[in-house]
Design a protein around this ligand. Structure first.
Ligand code: FAD
Ligand code: EPU
Length: 338
């Protein structure tokens, strides 16, 4: 298997940052992964697994081995009266997998249409959109433990899924290579149209009878109208998480800013729309050189062409500082900083 040296990473990250990897290789099966890992030349170098590169900001060159996962395959494992278990290789494109499920009438993932990236990264931050998170349907994750050289299977509860969180992003960061994910999908759909503008979009589309196909198309339409296409403008989706505050802080914020956008979550806490906070600080549409804040969605930082990872990172720090100063709220970056 070919390991290349000093590889430019611009084609491999949706921010379009031109960092460089000291070593770069792909792997299409476990055997190939093991072969590369055993090579003594980079035994002491750091390693990172790359999927579609849609949730990463490279702020410097990577002085180690980048392993791009190309594990393919979608397999129907088993079914019972209610569920169907579908296993997908980590290197399958997420949206292609969602479309496959919709074509076969396997329900559950339709609200997660058009999220960029690969299946292997889907458990990393428990991807979510339009009222659904993968934790609702993820059955099992198969992963390779880099230090022990062993295959480990994680059940749903083992993954410690939370809002944009999992055991792979925190406790076991950089310890496992996710090889496949099995989803437990529904034979009988539970339509979820309550979030955001889905109902409105379905009406606009003139949908009479609800279906997972129609919901998927509505989500695709909404997403396309406000999120920048990485093929046109570099970005990694929401740069920050939506922050959670307690009831007392929410009440004082609401008194000072009656239009604040928030919704209640568990135990009396409130989730604030970070996009609103950032827009109120005047950032929406801001541009400095090639680093900017998207004009239609202030939660998305963009690279108009030749911004460096450092420039994007510095802009994110300015945004973070201004939200703290105006609202007293701490934003947390969602994107993985390398
Ligand atoms: P990468 O960016 O390649 O990797 C992300 C992290 O996971 C890195 O730390 C990497 O090392 C690690 N990793 C990747 N694959 C593996 C593996 N097989 N084993 C171990 N570690 C691995 N996210 C949402 O949740 N909801 C959204 O609605 C959403 N919308 C987006 C819209 C746009 C326009 C963009 C650009 C991004 C959006 N995202 C969204 C973020 C992104 O699409 C997801 O986080 C996606 O799951 C990242 O997948 P990836 O394959 O590109 O991961
Ligand atoms: N808003 C503004 N100004 C903005 C952006 C948003 O005021 O510039 C307010 C609006 O009131 C809007 C509300 O914030 O109604 C929510 O905005 P939106 O529906 O666009 O969702 P979001 O909270 O900004 C989250 C996820 C997205 C996901 C959408 C849809 C996070 C960090 N982001 O964004 O995920 O697609 O909901 O479910 O939770 C991602 O993770 O990369 C991502 C794109």
């Amino acid at each position: 298997m070919l390991v290349s040296e000093n590889v430019l990473l611009r084609p491999y990250n949706t921010f379009g940052i031109n960092a460089q990897a000291r070593y770069f290789s792909t792997f299409a099966d476990l055997q190939q992964l093991q072969t590369v890992l055993q090579d003594t030349r980079w035994q002491s170098s750091p390693r990172m697994i790359l999927g579609g590169g849609s949730n990463i900001l490279f702020t410097k060159d990577f002085d180690g081995l980048v392993l791009k996962n190309e594990l393919k395959g979608i397999t129907l494992l088993k079914e019972d009266d209610d569920y169907i278990y579908v296993k997908a290789g980590a290197g399958e494109q997420w949206h292609r997998f969602v479309m496959y499920c919709i074509e076969h009438n396997y329900a559950g993932l339709e609200n997660l249409s058009l999220i960029p990236g690969n299946v292997g990264a889907s458990p990393m931050q428990n991807i979510g959109a339009y009222g659904v998170e993968i934790k609702d349907y993820c059955h099992e994750v198969e992963a390779w433990h880099l230090k022990d050289n062993a295959l480990v299977t994680f059940g749903n509860a083992d993954c410690a899924f939370g809002y944009r969180e999992s055991v792979f992003k925190r406790k076991y960061k950089d310890q496992f290579v996710i090889l496949s994910v099995t989803y437990r999908l529904l034979k009988q759909a539970h339509f979820n149209t309550s979030y955001g503008a889905i109902e409105q979009e379905l009406q606009r589309m003139g949908v009479g009878e609800l279906s997972i196909q129609a919901i998927s198309q509505a989500v695709i339409n909404i997403r396309s109208s406000k999120l920048p296409d990485p093929a046109a403008i570099g970005n990694a989706g929401s740069f920050f998480k939506n922050p959670t505050v307690d009831a007392a802080q929410y009440e004082s914020l609401r008194t000072a800013h009656p239009n604040i956008v928030a919704y209640p979550v568990d135990n009396g806490y409130y989730k604030l729309a970070a996009g609103w906070l950032i827009e109120q600080c005047g950032w929406k549409g801001y541009r400095q050189n090639d680093a900017g804040v998207h004009a239609k969605q202030a939660l998305v930082l963009v690279n108009y062409g030749n911004a460096s990872g450092q420039e994007i990172y510095q802009l994110s720090q300015q945004v973070l500082d201004s939200v703290k100063e105006k609202f007293g709220v701490d934003l947390e970056r969602e994107v993985n900083i390398v």
